[in-house]
Design a protein around this ligand. Sequence first.
Ligand code: KIV
Ligand code: ZN
Length: 425
Amino acid sequence: MKKRIQIFDTTLRDGEQAPGFSMNLQEKVRLARQLELLGADVIEAGFPISSEGDFQAVRAIAKQTRKATVAGLSRAKKGDIDRAWEALQHARHPRIHTFIATSDIHMEHKLKKTRAEVLADTRMAVEYARSLCPEVEFSAEDATRSDVDFLCQVVETAIDAGAAVINIPDTVGYSMPWEFGELIRTLRERVPNMHKAILSVHCHNDLGVGTANSLMAVRNGAQQIECTMNGIGERAGNAALEEVIMALHTRNAEFEVETSIDTTQIYPTSRMLTEITGMDVQVNKSIVGRNAFSHEAGIHQDGMLKNPQTYEIMTPASVGVASSSIVLGKHSGRRALGARLQRLGFELSREEMDDAYEAFIVIADRKKEVVDEDLLGMAANGFRKNGKHNTRRASAPSTSTPSNGVSQMNTSFTQDSLYEYFNRP
Ligand code: KIV
Ligand code: ZN
């Protein structure tokens, strides 16, 4: 049987606390509904002590969520834990997530506490949270820069105090995949009561390896991955949910694990997040970027038209994207142009196709992308490179040089010639 990996989504907490990503109560509630549809096991809804708005959002999400566990963050302080519980108490499956830093640099400069004090706070926070809430998660902030012996002691204490989940964050995204995998293995081997808790990881992306670290952790025994939609989160963000899930899915023979995520809900969730926050993903973002299933190079387009598996390792449908797209531009070949013209209703002879391709390349050299309207314009000119018609024009846009200096092709076309093309026997 495959091992089950829990997916802990922190888009509404770590993601939302990043500059530009804040959401109001209604927006958080709407996204939480979509995250449940996506199949997240745990939705971290916010940090209730941080603001009244966040408190109300966690409370509303806790009340509406039926299947997923709802988590609320708290520092290792009674006041934070009380506030978290107040917000979570109506959840069907509540989880208090309490944390304290365990690295020397954080303990000395930020907390101004000794190791002994941090150990005592760990026990106090977990025991207190556990006295209120049936499920408690404990995080050792900055775990990857902590002394390993001390980290093992903290983890053992948290489990002894009643934590059901132990989370190991790479808070500043410092760890390399092999180091992080090794740390997870070490904890499994050295903490005597580790088997009594779920071992979770939470990786930041400062060096671009958040997803790789999460995957190495799975290979070394981690049972929960904390991640965010579109990889949003503090600074460079968190491990992206879509990347982690599609890696586990596409390379399943390597991992032999399963999750509860409905992969077809990935793209709709990503779009909802960008719509709510107004922050789009980069075009070449894995899985959810506009170019993730687009092909422009002629050789790739030819392969795609023959068999999509030549250049796609997952289907667009598997992540909820309607279809792949063949983008016509200066790198495109005759085959892709022919296929698009055919879809537009044109059957060209070999000579016509030669002319059409020549005319197309002239336009493609001037424009980033040649769209259907451009091809219809070419058709109107009889697919001649410099064809000119003086007949009546339809109201399509004419040649212009926009402020970015990239001149666009003349998309004016004659109604007569188009009529001729579309109505030929
Ligand atoms: O990055 C981090 O350490 C965190 C913890 C609060 C889990 O977000
Ligand atoms: Zn974090």
